[in-house]
Design a protein around this ligand. Sequence first.
Ligand code: FAD
Length: 386
Amino acid sequence: MPDTFSAPHAGHAADPLALLRTHLPDIAAAAALEDHDGAFPAGAIVSLHETGLLAAPLRLALGGLGWGSEPAGAAPLAVALRLIGRASLPLGRLYEGHVNALRLVQRHGTPSQARAAAQEARAGLLFAVWNTEVPGEPLSIDRDGRVMGRKILCSGAGQVARALVTARDAATPEAPPRMLLVPLAQGERTDLSGWTAQGMRASATGAVDLTGIEVGSGMQVGRPGDYGLQPDFSAGAWRFAAVHCGGLEAVLGAMRDHLRRTGRGADPHQAARLGQAAIASGSARLWIEAAALRAEAPDAGMEAVAFVNLARLAVERAALDVMELAQRSVGLNAFLRPNPLERICRDLATYLRQPAPDRALTEAAAHLLAAEAEPGEVWDIPVARA
Ligand SMILES: Cc1cc2nc3c(=O)[nH]c(=O)nc-3n(C[C@H](O)[C@H](O)[C@H](O)COP(=O)(O)OP(=O)(O)OC[C@H]3O[C@@H](n4cnc5c(N)ncnc54)[C@H](O)[C@@H]3O)c2cc1C
C-alpha cells in the first residue's frame, strides 16, 4: 500500500463540515467492520482527504482552513473532532494526532518546513505525534546524529507517513527533548503485537523502533523544549476530549435507537435514564465548546490549561455516566457482539485513559484556590474576548 492516502477528488469543499457529514454513515459502517487487531481505517482516511480535512489544520496562507492553527478555526475543529469521534473513535484518535502534528510544525518549524508539511498534507499524507516511551528508555540522538530507541503507544504505527517524535540528545540527557519530523514508509519499524487493548483495536497503536535513522537537516522542528511549551502542551487536551465527546454521543444514539426499537422508551425508568444521559451529553459538549475557545484564544495562558483540565475530566465523567446509563437501559444486549454499544463502549472506555488525570484535577483546583476572582468568574475574561 502507498504511504499517501490518495483521493480522486482531493481539495477543499465550500463547507467541509457539511461534506464530512455525508461521509459519516460510511465511516461509521466501516468502523463496525474494522473492530479487530491490526485493523486500520484506511478508507476513512481517504474520506478525510476527500473532504479537505487532512489539509484543514493548515493556516489559510498554506492552503488550509486554520483549524487548530488559527483562533477562528477552534469552533469548526471542535465540531469536526466530535463528529468524527461519533462515527469512529479510532479515526478520531488518528485525526487528532494529525491535527496536533501539523499545528506543531506550523508553530515551531521554519517556513520551509511548514510549506513542505502543508504540501504533503494537501496531497493526503497522514501525520502523527508520538511522544510516549517506556519510562527510563527515552528516544535519543547519539553523538553521530543517529536516533536510538523506540516509541510506544504510537497510533497509526506502520501507516502514518510523517511522525513528529520527541527525542533527547544523548550528550545532554537532562535537557528537554527536541522534535523530529520523521518520514516513514508503510509498515516500517512497527510492532503492533503489544496492542492487546479491549478497545480502539483499529487505531493501529503500537511500538515503533526508530534506531539508526539519521537526523538529516530539516528534520529537527523548533528548539529543545518547544514540544512541552505551555499553555499549548496541556491546553491541547481539549482536542482528545472533543473526540471523547463524540464517542459519548454515539453511545447516547445507540441507547435511543434501542429504546425506539424495543418500544421501551416511554417507561419512566428508561425515560429518566435517557434524560440523564442527554444532560451529561449536553454538558460535555458545552465544556468542549468553551474549552476550545479558551485554549485557542490568542492570549491564552495557564488559566486556559486549568479550564481544559476541568473540561477533559468533565467529559470523562460524562462519558462514564452515559455508558453506565446506556448499559443499564439496554441490558445484556449492550455486551453482546455485534451490538454497536458493545464496541463503542469498549473503544470509549479505552480511549478515555489519558495521561495523569489526577494531576489535571488537582492542578485545576490549585488554580482556582489561588485565583483572586470570585469562583464563578475565574474563567470569564477569555469568554468575553472570544
Ligand atoms: C488509543 C490510544 C492511542 C494512543 N496513541 C498515542 C500516540 O499516538 N502517541 C502518543 O504519544 N501516545 C499515545 N497514547 C498514549 C497516551 O498519550 C497516554 O500516554 C496513555 O493513554 C496514558 O494512559 P495511562 O492511563 O497509562 O496514564 P497514567 O498517566 O499512567 O495514569 C494512570 C493513573 O495513574 C495516575 N498517575 C499518573 N502519574 C502518577 C504518578 N507519578 N504517581 C501516582 N499516580 C500517577 C493517574 O492519575 C491515573 O490515575 C495513546 C493512548 C491510547 C489509549
